[in-house]
Design a protein around this ligand. Structure first.
Ligand SMILES: Nc1ncnc2c1ncn2[C@@H]1O[C@H](COP(=O)(O)OP(=O)(O)OP(=O)(O)O)[C@@H](O)[C@H]1O
Length: 905
């Protein structure tokens, strides 16, 4: 939500307000919830509470200027020509900024009368979701503006990227809303103010609360929204674009309204909205997305994520599309196969792929340049970028023939050659960013401009000739004709030559060492130069407008080109990954099977390769016979890696990529769940165990026969028997009720006894070898059950003090002796399936072995005895002075007392 400091201004206009303060306050009142960047000459100034909020956020000085109602007015300012970094900082910190410009030349205002104010208007409201400038945006990520609307009791989300024109909608229910939002990852969410009080909605938006932008309720009214959409897209009936729900229409229309308000009427080019069928997208809840480290690692960094591992795209648009596909894998075999075909066409022909990637490399960001042109925020460099992008498209098309999926993709590129030629012929090779000062039109592009420029240059040469003439006529060799913005052209001579100045030189400025003059002749020349210069800029700007209009005429073709090039880039990148990392094309089927041979974890394998270590590939075959795998194995043996690698193979396969395996047959997965590891969610007041249970509940409530579930060490966050009981019940529920495919890793070896009774549960383990008392992890998945956890071996490797390790070994021995007396198999008989429901038994009746955790005091104090022994054996009696010997006796006595050893009193 907006920063509090920007809420409605507390300062009011009254009769005593100066005209400028009154103007400021009026504009401020019209734009509540924003910081007002008030243009004053070369600066944007901020006043009152805006200044107080912005100065610390920007780390700039807070000063004072004038008084209002008897108090000094706080103020801070940023330079207008370099405002973007400041805007960036403020947007990042959650502020919105209303940019208010001077709409006339201050000289004009002065001419109206001494105290006339410069006319000022807010030209744009900069918000996190409506950015278009490259400096404010991340080049390789989408920046979505989303709107959430309800109509007839049903919800929908619409989202656009105004910097690329993408426009999508999806119907959603409140339960699925967090998953949808975590998939879109919007920068800002527009919501009708009336919903802000709804507790269930606010709970669903808990993770996204800081992104909310409340908007007027009327904007979400679906009839108005429909009209707005039809008008914007110039269509009679929206049905032509798809079967939108009322809520989708309301959300989409509200987005247009919000964009119109923030862009002050300048609407960007937007593609027609397309509707996403939620059933065609693999559902990944926020926890699963996070746990699988799809686009960020668990520590929140980009490196170490799957996306970083597979992102070999050459263009920003390609990187954005890849991220989009990874965020929303498909549940649609024909669409997946279409993507696979493109990769397949390139994977075996690395020369072709390299050639295409080489050409793509020089492709600028067509989408973002086009969006700036549509918003009239573009400069000559944007037009040049569009020309360059279109040239790349033409070059790619010319370089390819044939009938495979890539050739088909390239054949679909629209012909935009004439526009590219027009732009290239009109613009110089490296034009400036902004059009205002001219200097970007190529010589020969516009005959009138060439004439004007030569007139201007000729006049400049005449000025040089005049300087030479004046030097000769006055005999002052150091006389110079110079130029500055205050005086224009002037003649400058040293003060000591004053006596030689002719009568017709009119003095304009006297300084300590020099005097400045003008002459009628010089003024006339200056006038000519200035006029020619002005005319040249006029001509250049007019041409710029014509070129921008030509671009907008071809906007749909340019957008289609940009989209196809991004698709090509993604195909090339994934083909490159597949070839370099030996990935294979998965076979997608409708039946709920999962058969992966030689599967690998892409990120772990990549990390190991950097250390020149190799990854051990493993098979995973889930079918009706063994739909659920119960994985046991020592710590560090690779269970989590195995679980995740199979989940990632699902994601990769359904996003249309090849997968890290030798062979893979994947039955479409509708929902993928992962509960791997646990982290405290202290910000929301949840302990590790609570987080674990909430995530597990989500899975058990939603997973079905087409889902794929990975669960890692369920129940470890609580007492052993509580944990075991929970894991037990969860496993049974998954097997009998959810009937999903899945992998379940556990340290509760007791659970493996269940595999004898649950028909589709198979016990698998990670192989280890004991060698000379050490454990060697083979990372191989094999049938069976682990006999031990080797946790203490692993702890030893971690540098735990030897004393603690030895003690742990002792305790373990005793615990195991206790367990052996009862035997894990007894648990199966003690807790028959769904005995709970039948009321026959409860998890609380799990057999707790009497005496298992009870130890005598003398057993417990053994470590202190060892400390004492260690201390004594370190002593060399011959080296001790009498004083040291006495100290030692006291020390030993103290240790003895602390240990409470028998006889210590
Ligand atoms: N298949 C493999 N090939 C090679 N190295 C592997 C493989 N699987 C795992 N490893 C290595 O072993 C490390 C530990 O793996 P992982 O975290 O999956 O073990 P774990 O059994 O889940 O351990 P814990 O029970 O302690 O969580 C990984 O970081 C990786 O370096």
């Amino acid at each position: 939500m907006d920063k509090e400091a920007t809420a409605e201004s507390a300062v009011r206009i009254d009769e005593a307000s100066s005209p400028m303060v009154a103007q400021f306050l009026e504009l401020k009142a019209a734009h509540p919830g924003t910081l007002l960047f008030f243009r004053m000459g070369d600066f944007y100034e901020l006043f009152f509470e805006d200044a107080v909020a912005a100065a610390p956020a920007l780390d700039i000085a807070l000063t004072k200027r004038g008084r209002h109602q008897g108090a000094e007015i706080p103020m801070c300012g940023v330079p207008a020509h370099n405002a973007e970094p400041y805007l960036h900082k403020l947007i990042r910190k959650g502020f919105k900024v209303a940019v208010c410009e001077q709409m006339e030349d201050p000289a004009l205002a002065r001419r109206r009368g001494g105290r006339s104010l410069v006319r000022r208007e807010v030209v744009r409201i900069v918000t996190p979701g409506t950015l278009t400038e490259d400096n404010l945006l991340e080049a390789r990520r989408h920046n979505y503006l989303a709107a959430l609307a309800r109509s007839g009791g049903r919800w929908a989300v619409a989202w656009i990227d105004i910097s690329t024109g993408e426009f999508l909608t999806e119907a959603v229910d409140l339960r699925s809303l967090p998953a949808l939002l975590s998939r879109i990852a919007p920068g800002e969410i527009v919501l009708a103010s009336r919903h802000l009080q709804e507790a269930d909605l606010m709970a669903a938006l808990a993770d996204h609360g800081h992104l909310l932008s409340p908007a007027r309720d009327g904007a979400f009214e679906s009839d108005d929204a429909l009209r707005r959409l039809q008008q914007f897209f110039d269509i009679v009936a929206l049905e032509a674009l798809g079967d939108f729900t009322r809520a989708e229409i309301a959300a989409a229309g509200a987005l247009l309204d919000y964009v119109e308000i923030t862009q002050k009427g300048a609407l960007p080019r937007l593609g027609r909205p397309s509707r996403i069928d939620p059933e065609k997208v693999l559902k990944l809840d926020p926890a699963t997305r996070r746990n699988l480290e799809l686009d960020r690692s668990l520590s929140g960094e980009r490196s170490g994520s799957l996306l970083t591992c597979i992102d070999r795209t050459m263009t920003n648009a390609g990187a954005r599309l890849l991220a989009e596909r990874l965020a929303a894998p498909l549940v649609d075999i024909p669409a997946i196969r279409e993507r696979q075909d493109q990769i397949a066409a390139l994977v075996d022909d690395s020369h072709r792929n390299e050639r295409l990637r080489g050409i793509l490399k020089s492709c600028p960001d067509l989408q973002r340049a086009l969006s700036r042109v549509s918003l009239k925020r573009a400069g000559p460099r944007d037009l040049k970028a569009i020309a360059a992008g279109l040239k790349v498209a033409a070059e790619l098309q010319a370089s390819e023939a044939g009938e495979d999926a890539i050739a088909v993709l390239l054949a679909a590129l629209p012909d935009t050659g004439s526009l590219a030629d027009l732009l290239n012929q009109s613009l110089i090779d490296e034009p400036p960013f902004i059009a205002r000062d001219g200097g970007f039109v190529r010589e020969g592009a516009l005959p009138e401009l060439d004439e004007t420029r030569s007139l201007r240059d000729h006049s400049r040469r005449l000025v040089a000739a005049l300087e030479q003439r004046y030097r000769e006529s006055t005999g002052i060799a150091t006389l110079k004709i110079r130029h500055n913005s205050m005086l224009g052209y002037f003649i400058e001579v040293g003060a000591n030559h004053r006596s030689r100045i002719p009568q017709d030189f009119v003095q304009r400025q006297g300084m300590a060492n020099a005097v400045r003059f003008s002459t009628a002749e010089l003024s006339e020349l200056e006038h000519k130069v200035a006029k020619a210069g002005e005319r040249a800029i006029e001509l250049e700007l007019a041409l710029f407008e014509r070129l921008a209009a030509a671009v907008m005429m071809a906007a749909e073709a340019i957008a289609a080109t940009a989209r196809l090039l991004a698709e090509l880039d993604v195909a090339c990148a994934l083909a490159d990954v597949a070839r370099a990392l030996r990935w294979t094309r998965p076979h997608l089927v409708e039946e709920p099977v999962f058969k992966v041979e030689g599967g690998r974890h892409p990120v772990v394998e990549w990390a190991l390769a950097r250390e020149r270590a190799s990854f051990v590939a493993n098979d995973c075959c889930l079918d009706e016979e063994s739909r659920l795998w119960l994985m046991t194995g020592p710590n560090m043996a690779g269970k989590s890696t195995f679980l995740r690698q199979n989940a990632l193979i699902v994601v990769l396969a359904q996003m249309g990529s090849f997968v890290p395996a030798e062979r893979a047959v994947i039955g479409l997965v509708d929902r993928l769940f992962s509960r791997v590891g646990a982290a405290d969610d202290l910000a929301r007041g949840r302990s590790t165990f609570m987080v674990e249970m909430v995530e597990t509940a989500t899975i058990l409530n939603a997973a079905g026969p087409r889902s794929f579930v990975i669960l890692d060490e369920i129940g470890r966050g609580t007492a052993t028997y509580d944990g075991l009981s929970l894991a037990w019940a969860v496993l049974e529920h998954l097997h009998d009720v959810n009937r999903s495919r899945g992998l379940f890793a556990t340290h509760y070896h007791e659970l493996t006894a269940l595999s004898a009774r649950l028909k589709s549960l198979a016990a698998w383990t990670m192989r280890v070898k004991e060698w000379k008392g050490e454990v060697v992890f083979l990372h191989e998945v094999t049938r069976g059950t682990a006999d031990r956890s080797y946790g203490i071996h692993v702890a030893k490797l971690s540098g735990l003090p030897p004393l603690v390790v030895r003690r742990a070994e002792q305790v373990l021995k005793r615990l195991e002796e206790g367990e052996a007396r009862a035997g894990p198999a007894s648990l199966v008989d003690d807790l028959p399936l769904f005995a709970l429901e039948a009321g026959e038994s409860s998890p609380a009746t799990l057999p707790v072995q009497a005496g298992q955790s009870v130890m005598t005091e003398s057993q417990l104090v053994e470590p202190q005895a060892e400390i004492l022994a260690a201390r004594l054996s370190a002593v060399e009696p011959d080296d001790l002075t009498p004083r040291q010997a006495l100290d030692l006796v006291f020390e030993l006595k103290r240790l003895l007392q602390e240990a409470k050893l028998p006889g210590a009193a």
